[in-house]
Design a protein around this ligand. Structure first.
Ligand code: ADP
Length: 347
């Protein structure tokens, strides 16, 4: 990647709230025109990272390079290029038209204002005639989110940061927000970073996924993370394993971490096998029963991303079409996931 192709370069970023470290990112680059999906449980640092990327907050340590230059928070030049859409849309107490036209008016860019607002509304699937005159409080959650998105899109930002954009919207709005995001990338090369709990939606839009857990980023794509509590295993001869008990009675055995402070474990996709039957005489091998929740074709890659539910845990695997046809996998099918307790990385 040349400098020109990199929108963000984060170097040795640490962020603290009081004495608590909530982000620790040694090196992260985000390419221009890319759509990055950010996934992680509540409290893992997604919103904090988005605020840093929006230059709305200064990292406690480290630098954020924006297009090769160190940028300081609240710098007006960069803040007009980077825009953050929060989960709860912020609308002015005015009409939809006024909300969308506001940014352009501030910029004194009033040429063809009506036409442009109409187009922006259309981009997010809202009819101009019906919605332009509506007041801010006459909208559903999904509509308000889309108006808020249109108000940003009309300014053609270089970067669009979306924090849980579909958390409280209907399916139709989720689809329209996806479309509008892709348009921003395709039409003017916007760079997008999107945090979402909805794996399937996120996967359908992003070309790269980052897992974030306790402020650490796993840039190898979506990884399977199991969080505690973990208990000492009952096997007398072996103090070196821990177990996680699921409410349905299944037990996951894990090689204990070297240090005590680890609170979660990563199981890489490549270390997990999928089959239809349990293997007898398995030693310590984990064999977990669950079912396939969804299967999604990765564009251009001929790989299918499958989400598998093991009681209340969701696992993600990348499967080839060969694997799928060999054991005839489809959503709803019962499967067994297998991985060895040693193939775990504590974090
Ligand atoms: P996420 O978006 O993944 O839910 P956040 O970035 O909101 O995570 O939060 C990361 C951690 O920082 C959490 O433990 C949260 O409680 C804490 N946190 C977030 N904002 C603040 C704040 N303004 N002051 C103190 N702690 C905060």
């Amino acid at each position: 990647m040349t400098q020109k192709e990199i929108t963000y370069h984060l170097k040795d970023i640490q962020h603290y709230y009081g004495n608590t470290k909530v982000l620790d990112i040694a090196d992260l680059k985000i390419k221009k025109g890319s759509i990055t999906g950010l996934i992680g449980p509540n409290g893992s640092g997604k919103s904090t990272l988005l605020k840093l990327l929006a230059f709305a907050q200064k990292p406690t340590r480290g630098n954020i390079f924006y297009k090769g230059r160190i940028e300081l928070p609240f710098s007006p030049t960069v803040r007009s290029k980077v825009t953050l859409l929060t989960q709860k849309p912020y609308l002015l107490k005015r009409t939809v038209f006024e909300n969308i036209a506001y940014g352009l008016k501030i910029r004194k860019d009033k040429k063809h204002l009506k036409e442009r607002v109409k187009k922006a509304l259309l981009t997010v699937g809202l009819d101009d005639q019906k919605f332009a005159v509506r007041k801010w409080h006459e909208l559903s959650g999904g509509e308000a989110q889309r108006v808020s998105m249109a108000a940003r899109l009309i300014l053609k930002p270089e970067v669009l940061l979306l924090d849980e954009p579909i958390a409280s919207v209907d399916t139709e709005s989720a689809g329209l927000i996806r479309k509008a995001s892709l348009k921003a990338r395709d039409n003017w090369g916007a760079t997008l970073v999107i945090a979402s709990h909805d794996l399937q939606w996120l996967y359908s839009i992003s070309d790269r996924q980052l897992s974030i857990f306790k402020g650490n980023i796993f840039s190898t794509g979506l990884e399977n993370i199991i969080t505690g509590p973990f208990l000492k295993s009952g096997i007398k001869s072996d103090g070196k394993t821990l177990v996680k008990k699921l409410d349905d009675g299944q037990i996951i055995t894990l090689k204990a971490p070297g240090k005590k402070t680890c609170t979660a474990v990563v199981i890489r996709k490549k270390n997990i096998a999928i089959s239809l039957e349990k293997q007898l005489d398995n030693g310590l091998l984990n064999q977990l029963s669950g079912h396939i929740v969804s299967m999604l074709l990765e564009e251009k890659k001929e790989i299918i991303m499958a989400t598998i539910s093991i009681h209340n845990l969701a696992f993600i695997l990348r499967l080839t079409s060969d694997q799928i046809s060999r054991i005839n996998l489809y959503p709803g099918k019962k499967v067994i996931l297998k991985f060895h307790p040693n193939d775990v990385e504590w974090i």
